[in-house]
Design a protein around this ligand. Structure first.
Ligand SMILES: NC(=O)c1ccc[n+]([C@@H]2O[C@H](COP(=O)([O-])OP(=O)(O)OC[C@H]3O[C@@H](n4cnc5c(N)ncnc54)[C@H](OP(=O)(O)O)[C@@H]3O)[C@@H](O)[C@H]2O)c1
Length: 324
């Protein structure tokens, strides 16, 4: 089968497309013929050796996929050959087939296509965990989302609206803000032009957002925290801007606020039932048209380096899919 391999840490151009043996299912495993795999920002880091997960070489990037069950190992129940499924594998999905524990697969309704299913798990899964399990976002509260047009950012806009919040999209261009508004955001702030702290106060009549969702970090984190409401919740999602912010703790004291870490990958390992329930809920919402699972672009597997470069260059709105 064809597989995109990282054989040494480097850039997207260092990845190689290779022919390798098909996997066999071990006990409790299924082999899935992958039809679509989704890329995330962290794939740009994992191939460079700059991510917390460091798989054994050679490995394939892409942490999530959708496809069809092709073979079953001993002892698998609840799945049959031919079932359409999605899954999260941490890495290893940029290839034609994957062997994975069958309990990690979630069945898809017939009318949900592979491209939209493949990119659902990580971004919306992280965000549902963040907003529901960590911040306990309530209807009527105000949610500010940084990097609002990116993968997790768009998920936060849509899930925030679905949970009844007033949503403020913060992003680096008019085009990105318009995209976030088209997906439900009530307000937009261009943090490349506007002072983020002042703008967040302005659009909340001086009170500040109740919940801030931050997958960007860098220069935006401190101004955002300075604007947060009394007893607000600041969600630490990621650092797409590169720099890990160091925040003055007096701000947390003065706002009586909580800074909440979100590590979805660890939540999946520690609470598989909670992860399954969240993912089944997300699949139902996408199938019902309540979430877009927006696909920015689809690339063939051989063009994965171009897809990764587009993510690193901040050009993507929603998800990038590899069709395999
Ligand atoms: N905590 C968790 O469990 C978890 C789970 C999934 C992802 N994450 C993290 O969340 C972050 C976003 O992931 P994603 O897949 O949503 O990424 P993405 O689709 O590439 O979106 C990232 C957004 O960050 C902004 N950004 C600012 N500076 C950037 C830079 N120098 N390079 C690239 N983007 C920049 C961009 O928006 P603007 O141009 O509008 O600023 C972009 O839309 C990553 O750090 C990822 O590792 C964390």
């Amino acid at each position: 089968m064809k597989a995109l391999l990282c054989t040494r840490y480097g850039t997207p151009d260092d990845l190689v497309l290779a022919d390798i043996d098909d996997p066999l299912p071990g006990a409790g495993e299924a082999v899935v013929r992958i039809h679509a795999a989704a890329l995330n920002f962290f794939d740009t880091l994992i191939i460079a050796g700059k991510y917390q997960t460091k798989p054994q070489m050679p490995f394939s990037p892409a942490a999530e996929f959708a496809g069809v069950v092709e073979r079953l190992g001993e002892g698998v129940t609840g799945l049959k050959v031919g079932d359409r499924v999605l899954g999260y594998s941490r890495y290893g999905a940029a290839r034609e087939r994957i062997a994975i524990a069958a309990v990690k697969l979630i069945k898809l309704p017939h009318h949900l296509d592979f491209d939209h299913a493949a990119g659902l798990c990580v971004t919306y899964g992280t965000t549902l965990h963040a907003l529901k399990d960590r911040a306990r976002l309530k209807a009527g509260e105000t949610l500010a989302v940084l990097g609002a047009s990116g993968g997790v950012g768009l998920a936060a806009i849509e899930l925030g609206k679905l949970m009844g919040a007033r949503v403020i999209a913060c992003a680096s261009s008019d085009e990105k803000i318009a995209f976030a508004k088209a997906h439900g955001a009530d307000e937009g702030i261009d943090y490349a032009k506007d002072d983020l702290k002042e703008a967040l106060r302005r659009v909340t009549d001086g009170t500040g957002p109740d919940v801030i969702y931050d997958p960007v970090g860098g220069p935006y984190a401190e101004p955002a925290l300075r604007a947060i409401a009394w007893e607000g919740r600041y969600l630490v999602i990621g650092f797409a801007a590169g720099e890990i912010p160091k925040m003055p703790l007096n701000l947390v004291l003065l706002k009586g606020c909580d800074v909440l870490g979100v590590y979805w990958g660890s939540f999946v390992e520690r609470n598989p039932e909670g992860h399954r329930a969240n993912t089944e809920q997300l699949v139902a919402w996408v199938a019902d048209g309540k979430l877009s699972s927006h696909v920015h672009a689809v690339y063939p597997l051989a063009e994965a380096p171009a897809a990764l470069k587009a993510i690193a260059a901040r050009q993507v709105m929603g998800k990038v899919i590899l069709r395999i």
